[in-house]
Structure formats: structure tokens, C-alpha cells
Design a protein around this ligand. Structure first.
Ligand code: ADP
Ligand code: MG
Length: 350
């Protein structure tokens, strides 16, 4: 539904996009993730036909954005990262204004505005001035504004930024609701755990290039090799932790063991039978308090991909030697000549 090939954009001499690739299938929620300055907003603005790329192809539903911006605008709803609100307008007037901008006939604007306010849960604020709304409400109003022409595709640039936890949950629910309505959604963020729950596809962008992208589960497997387990011991002094580490580190199928915040983090091969780890600790007379899979380490994996040098420096400072980084599994989506080494892992490796 959204396809981008070899997209390049310079500002002055600075290359904001260096051959970015992006594909979002119809009906998916695509998390466009990357640190500040990675090129997310630039990409989104190109897709929204507000910025012209220097080269490369970007299409929405097969329509090239550079050649048919009007056709694309009919299909796309764009929610910018920062948008001015006209303070003196009420929520309803605000949406009617944007409906007018999109050519919605006058007699239908009021009804459209009402329906959208209902959708984003602002119906009871219809008569209130926009500047009296909370930040979360203003963001939802911004989303409603992106929906006035009932677009098939939504481009949401950091819709959760600056929101408190409750408002974030509301925003997330709203995005899910829009997917159920059949929309294809690209949502950018640097807040990873949020997107991990929300998105069905994910792409990591850094320094103008896509580092890894695909269905959420594929990318998770690609950037994190093996499964990780957290082991909390009954005793948590250094001796106890080291004894536990020694007891399991040479076990076949254990990829790495490290001591983190007074507990152990163990990376095992995908097929490793977890109870054997427990057995090994029990045999070594080590009391285990709890034993649990670490399910959400995508953020960490992503940090390893985008800031490899920082991680390596930290590892060098510790006494624990770190072995060679494991190769990324599967085909790397990166173009040749990429500056990214495989993610290093902390702790002991065999
Ligand atoms: N209008 C602009 N003029 C000059 N440089 C820009 C402009 N917009 C973005 N940049 C630069 O391009 C890079 C990518 O920015 P942006 O697309 O906003 O990234 P992100 O949204 O991921 O934070 C950054 O280095 C930023 O400073
Ligand atoms: Mg941005």
C-alpha cells in the first residue's frame, strides 16, 4: 500500500535520507521507529506530498507521490508531529474548517465533524475552544483532522509524543480502531515498547536508512538471536551470582549469561529446554527464586542496532570479556556498505 524505493533527500549538504526503502502492506499498522534525526519526519512528509525527494520512488496504492500529489492527498491522512491549532475555534469548527479544505460540501461538514469527534471521544468537547483541551485531547483532535476526507492510509508522525500514559493508551486504542476500520497506518515513534504492542509490522530507521524491517515477529527474530530468560536467585551476593553463572554458562544450548542488577540474564538457543537450566542450578545447590522468559527485548535489540559503538565501549570497560557478536540471522535487508556491525551482546559468551 505504501512503497518506497531508494529514497534520497539532502538539506544543504546534509543527507537526511540515504536510499531509504519502505513497504507497508494494506491493512497493517507499521511502526516506523528510529532515534531523533533518523529521517522519519522527512520520509513521512515526502509521502504526504509536502516535501519533494531528490531521487527515488514513493508510491501510495501505486500512485507516485511526486507525479500525482493530488491523487495521493485524497488517499492519505497526515498527522504532523507539530501542528498549530487555531485557538479561537471550537473543536467542531476546527474540523469543519479542515473538512472545507478537503472539499467536503458545506451541508455535510457539520455531520462529518460530529462523527469524527465521536470517534476520537471528544463529542462532549465539541463546543469547547481548542486551546482549552488537554494535550491528549488536542492530539486526538489532530488525528480526527487527518481523517476528515476518510483516507485509506494514515501517516501519523509521533502521535504519542508528549502524552501522559493514559493518553497514550487512548491513542493506541484509537489507532487499533482505525485499523479495524480497514485503514493502513504508518506510525512513527522513538518510544519502542509502545509500538511493539501496537504494530503488526515494524521498520527501524537510522541515519536515513532502514536498518531492519518486516512483520513484527520476523524482525524480532532477526535482531534478537535466541530467547532470553531472567533468573532470580534466593541469595543475590556476588559469590552466589558468579556460582550460578559458572554452573550454567558452559551448558550446551546456552548462548550467553550475564549478571544484570543482581539477577542473571541467560540467552539460550530457541529449542533449549528451560527446565534443564533449572536442573543445572539445583544440582549446583543454588536456590532459584524465579525463572521467567524476557519477552520484550526488542527495544534493547534495536539499541544494539542503532548505537553499536556505545554498547561496545561499555562492554570494554567491564571486567567481563565479551565475545564476538553473533551474526544477524536471515537475510539482512541492509544495502551493501552499511555501517552497522552485527549487534554485540554483553556478558559472557562461549
Ligand atoms: N528543513 C530542514 N532543513 C535542514 N535540515 C533538516 C530539515 N528537516 C530535517 N532536517 C535534518 O534531516 C535529518 C532528518 O530529520 P527528520 O526527518 O526530522 O528526522 P526524525 O523525524 O527521524 O527525527 C536531521 O538531521 C535533521 O536535522
Ligand atoms: Mg520527526
Amino acid at each position: 500500500m505504501i512503497a518506497v524505493e531508494d529514497l534520497r533527500k539532502q538539506y544543504g549538504g546534509h543527507e537526511a535520507l540515504k536510499g531509504l526503502e519502505l513497504n507497508v502492506p494494506r491493512g497493517e499498522i507499521f511502526g516506523f521507529v528510529g532515534p531523533n534525526g533518523a529521517g522519519k519526519t522527512t520520509t513521512i512528509r515526502i509521502l504526504a506530498t509536502l516535501v519533494l525527494a531528490d531521487s527515488g520512488i514513493a508510491t501510495i496504492a501505486g500512485i507516485p507521490v511526486a507525479e500525482d500529489p493530488h491523487g495521493v492527498r485524497e488517499l492519505v491522512g497526515y498527522m504532523p508531529d507539530f501542528f498549530g491549532v487555531y485557538d479561537r475555534l471550537t473543536s467542531e469548527e476546527y474540523l469543519e474548517f479542515y473538512a472545507a479544505c478537503h472539499g467536503v460540501p458545506r451541508r455535510r461538514r457539520r455531520k462529518a465533524a460530529r462523527e469524527l469527534l465521536e470517534l476520537v471521544d471528544l463529542a462532549d468537547r465539541a463546543e469547547d475552544q481548542v486551546d482549552t483541551l488537554s494535550r491528549g485531547m488536542q492530539q486526538r483532535l489532530g488525528l480526527a483532522r487527518a481523517l476528515v476526507h476518510d483516507p485509506q492510509v494514515l501517516l501519523l508522525d509521533e502521535p504519542a509524543s508528549g502524552l501522559d500514559p493514559r493518553a497514550r493508551v487512548e491513542m493506541r486504542e484509537l489507532v487499533r480502531e482505525l485499523r479495524r476500520m480497514g485503514k493502513t497506518i504508518l506510525v512513527s515513534s522513538h518510544i519502542l515498547p509502545e509500538l511493539e504492542e501496537l504494530c503488526t509490522w515494524v521498520g527501524f530507521v537510522d541515519q536515513g536508512r532502514m536498518v531492519a524491517a518486516g512483520p513484527m515477529t520476523d524482525v524480532r527474530n532477526q535482531v534478537t538471536s535466541g530467547r532470553r530468560l531472567r533468573v532470580d536467585l534466593v541469595g543475590s551476593d556476588d559469590d552466589e551470582l558468579m556460582a550460578a553463572l559458572r554452573a550454567i554458562e558452559d551448558r550446551l544450548g546456552v548462548v550467553a549469561v550475564s549478571i544484570v542488577d543482581r539477577h542473571l540474564e541467560v540467552t539460550v538457543e530457541d529449542t533449549f529446554p528451560d527446565q534443564e537450566l533449572l536442573g543445572e542450578l539445583v544440582r549446583a545447590n543454588i536456590g532459584v527464586r524465579s525463572f521467567a522468559p524476557i519477552t520484550s527485548d526488542l527495544s534493547e535489540a534495536f539499541l544494539r542496532l542503532t548505537e553499536p559503538r556505545v554498547e561496545e565501549e561499555e562492554a570494554d570497560e567491564s571486567d567481563i570479556p565479551s565475545g564476538p557478536p553473533p551474526p544477524l540471522r536471515g537475510d539482512s535487508p541492509r544495502e551493501g556498505g552499511s555501517a552497522y556491525p552485527s549487534p554485540p551482546r554483553g556478558g559472557r559468551r562461549k
